[in-house]
Write a protein that binds this ligand. Structure first.
Ligand code: ACO
Length: 348
């Protein structure tokens, strides 16, 4: 059975840099608070109208395809992971197919929040291993800046997120001891509401006690009502400390699961790319696994949390900086809303 390699990688982030101090015009916060709690100094925000989740993904995809030494005609399947899609439906996969003027190939959308890349990689890996596809384009992109609560009420979430995209081209190899060694996916829906965006949706308060009044909402206004907007129920919610507590347990656990499965120890890792949720979480994981500084790559200081795109943007940057070479043992691990979490271990 072939193994899956990353044959090409690229990323695209908007040119608009937004510093912590820039956020002071919208909300009560401070550079000191944000840096101390999250490690973030700045993030990128997409151009309001010229850049969408799909167009940023298309930019990244073009670089990844070129670096793989192929053309878009060679791509036989698209996987697109995001939680900030251009449309509620159809998903960004088909919009990317259109934007890049690709053939009538399949396009799959993945909605797994911060673990979107790891989940998408795992799915694509199965298609490559079975021989169904030979050149899968996996794109992750987020335009969070369009849907955050920029008032002081939403500051615990809004300061964390940034926009950006990354893409990889996945191909089979017959080379022994190369490519994705294993992927490990998990979920625990018990805590779904701890980090969630409820509306628009069809929940009708089935899970929530304090949401919009669906009994009163006129027919046609239940999906997204004036009431929801008045009550600011159209933004993401997060119990940050609860997410933090679970993340610092699950990150090391799922990294060790991948290493154990393949007979490696943390010291064997050339590079760990943790999902960039909070620098404090990444530092905790590094300490727990006793990894040296050069074994972990973080870019949250400059990018913020770009959810599905966070791991592949970091991977792309690390690769461009020459921090990943052929044969290196690379682990990618994510934890986020759902909760969903996962890891992927590969020999580059
Ligand atoms: N600026 C200033 N003060 C703030 C801000 C802000 N941006 N945000 C919150 N505060 C205040 C709070 O109001 C609170 O004030 P109080 O003590 O007077 O009530 C105080 O700071 C502490 O708030 P906490 O939420 O307890 O702060 P904490 O130290 O936990 O940091 C943070 C918050 C950064 C969100 C942290 O909990 C975290 O990173 N959690 C994990 C986030 C995460 O990993 N998310 C998953 C990825 S996202 C995804 O999957 C879509």
């Amino acid at each position: 059975m072939p193994q899956t390699i990353i044959a090409g990688i690229g990323h695209y982030v908007p040119s608009n840099v937004v510093t912590n101090n820039d956020l002071l015009q919208y909300m009560e916060t401070s550079d000191e608070w944000i840096q101390e709690r999250t490690g973030i100094k700045e993030r990128r925000y997409a151009h309001r109208t010229d850049e969408t989740t799909t167009t940023m993904g298309a930019e990244a995809a073009t670089i990844a395809i070129e670096r793989a030494g192929i053309t878009k005609e060679d791509i036989d399947f698209i996987v697109f992971a995001t939680i900030s899609p251009d449309y509620y439906f159809p998903g960004c996969g088909v919009l990317l197919q259109r934007a890049l003027k690709m053939k009538e190939i399949g396009a799959l959308d993945i909605r797994n929040q911060c673990s979107g890349f790891v989940y998408a990689l795992s799915v694509a890996d199965q298609f490559i291993k079975t021989g169904m596809y030979k050149n899968i384009l996996l794109v992750c992109s987020e335009k969070h800046s369009f849907g955050l609560d920029f008032s002081t009420r939403g500051r615990n979430i809004s300061v964390i997120f940034g926009d950006g995209a990354a893409a990889v081209v996945l191909q089979p190899t017959e080379e022994k001891d190369r490519g994705i060694l294993s992927t490990h996916l998990h979920s625990d829906g018990e805590s779904a509401e701890i980090l969630a965006m409820y509306n628009p949706g069809t929940h009708a308060n089935h899970w929530l006690k304090d949401a919009a009044d669906f009994d009163e909402a006129p027919v046609g206004e239940m999906f997204m009502s004036h009431n929801m907007i008045d009550k600011a129920q159209n933004f993401p919610n997060m119990d940050g400390p609860a997410v933090f507590k679970k993340a610092v347990v699950k990150f090391p656990e799922v990294i060790m699961e991948a290493l154990d499965k393949n007979g490696f120890k943390p010291a064997d890792l050339n590079l760990l790319i943790p999902h960039q949720a909070n620098l404090r979480i990444a530092q905790f994981v590094q300490q727990k696994l006793q990894l040296k500084d050069d074994q972990v790559f973080n870019n949250i200081e400059r990018m913020g949390n770009t959810t599905a795109a966070s791991i592949p943007i970091a991977l792309s940057e690390a690769w461009e900086l020459g921090k990943i070479k052929k044969g290196d043992l690379v682990c990618m691990a994510a934890f986020g809303s759902g909760f969903t979490w996962g890891s992927a271990l590969m020999k580059w």
